[in-house]
Design a protein around this ligand. Structure first.
Ligand SMILES: Cc1ncc(COP(=O)(O)O)c(C=O)c1O
Length: 392
């Protein structure tokens, strides 16, 4: 048997073949809502799942399917389902796993809307949620109840960069028979592959490093054929958070350079983190690649690289932080992350404004925290811009 392809080869070739009709090397945008059947019998067979083939784009589309197959391959899962946003992927997977009366464990620090989904929304449907400090996996074991049906982890977590030991939590989940779902958005499959560490499901905001160019909102979930089949048949079909073929095509285009971009983001972020850590106006920097980051060793164990995201606190608190964000000239003051350009934002008043202020303080999302998605500019220019803003 020949050697399996490496990750960089699979980024380009997995899930895609030249178009059988025309030989086009790039998959066409199958911009169609519906697919014509050859006969009534064929239509029935497709609806009943007895014959493979497309029916209606809410249930599947060739351009979208190519993206799903590529993501399943890159994350090492059996199958994938694409969604119109990261939140559609997260909510659909969770709703496929729990019923009224069940309990979910999540880590304390989560992206704001994910926190709101768990804290403010899913509880209305009779599901209880415990947000716990997962930096010690023993806390996960201790918080499991007979009703716990899912363990949901974001690592590195948005925005404090807190890590969870995926191998340890996956082992606890296996022992208890509870699936572990990981939001791998910050790392991307280039730097971290949770399924290979024993976790069960990966979700992404594909809006970020996968698309990579700030021009598409999308999500994807990767896991077993059985679970993905259920997610598609029930939650994609009935809630309808489907990814459009054009957006899928943008993702297929963006992903071709994902590894190149993510490694360059990492290189740049390392330089920016080191610069900030030595700056007299900076109180603290949160970047897993820094030697004094409390979970640096864990980062080295479970990630191939440290990524393009970091957070920092400036001396002088909220007011000074606001002045820094208003003084940048190159960095763009905007939410989202993983874009080509450097983006700077204030979690407490923007991405995490929905989190209860006391809870934000408790988990380290302080009012003075600034989040940076380090872009692909020349790192000297990013550093010079931050320097002038910090001194402004
Ligand atoms: C870690 C993380 N997960 C999920 C999401 C939600 O993704 P989307 O905006 O594509 O719905 C975000 C968005 O910022 C995020 O940062």
């Amino acid at each position: 048997m020949s050697k399996p392809w490496g990750f960089n080869t699979r980024i380009l070739h997995a899930g895609e073949k030249p178009d059988p009709g025309t030989g086009a090397i790039t998959i066409p945008i199958y911009q169609t809502s519906t697919f014509v059947f050859e006969s009534a019998e064929q239509g029935q067979a497709r609806f009943e799942g007895r014959e493979e083939g497309y029916v209606y784009t809410r249930l599947g589309n060739p351009t979208t399917r190519a993206f799903e197959l590529k993501m399943a391959d890159l994350e090492g899962g059996e199958d994938a389902v694409a969604f119109s946003s990261g939140m559609a992927a997260i909510s659909s997977v969770l709703m496929a796993l729990v019923n009224a009366g069940d309990h979910v464990l999540t880590n304390a620090v989560l992206y704001g809307s994910t926190y709101d989904f768990f804290h403010g929304m899913i509880s209305r449907y009779g599901v209880s949620v415990s947000h716990i400090d997962m930096t010690d996996p023993a806390n996960v074991r201790a918080a499991i109840t007979p009703r716990t049906k899912a363990i949901y982890v974001e690592t590195p977590a948005n925005p404090t960069m807190t890590l969870t030991d995926l191998r340890a939590v996956a082992a606890i989940g296996k022992e208890a028979g509870i699936p572990v779902i990981v939001d791998n958005t910050f790392a991307s499959p280039v730097l971290q592959r949770p399924l290979a560490l024993g976790c069960d499901v990966v979700v992404h905001s594909a809006t970020k490093y996968i698309g990579g160019h700030g021009d598409v909102i999308a999500g994807v979930a990767i896991g077993s054929r059985e679970l993905m089949g259920r997610v598609r048949a029930e939650f994609l079909r009935n809630l309808g958070g489907v990814l459009g073929p054009f957006e899928a095509w943008l993702l297929l285009r963006g992903i071709k350079t994902m590894a190149l971009r993510v490694w360059r983001h990492t290189e740049n972020a390392t330089k920016v983190a080191e610069f900030l850590a030595s700056h007299p106006m900076v109180e603290k920097v949160y970047y897993p690649g820094l030697l004094d980051f409390p979970q640096h060793e864990l980062a080295r164990r479970q990630m191939d690289g440290m990524g393009g995201m970091l957070s920092f606190e400036v001396k002088g608190g909220v007011e000074k932080g606001r002045r820094v964000m208003n003084a940048v000239r190159l960095c763009e003051l905007a939410v989202s992350l993983g874009d080509t350009q450097t983006l700077i934002e204030h979690p407490a008043s923007m991405t995490h404004a929905v989190v209860d202020p006391a809870e934000r303080q408790r988990v380290g999302i302080t009012d003075g925290l600034i989040r940076l998605s380090v872009g692909l500019e020349d790192p000297e220019d990013i550093i010079a811009d931050l320097d002038q803003a910090l001194r402004a």
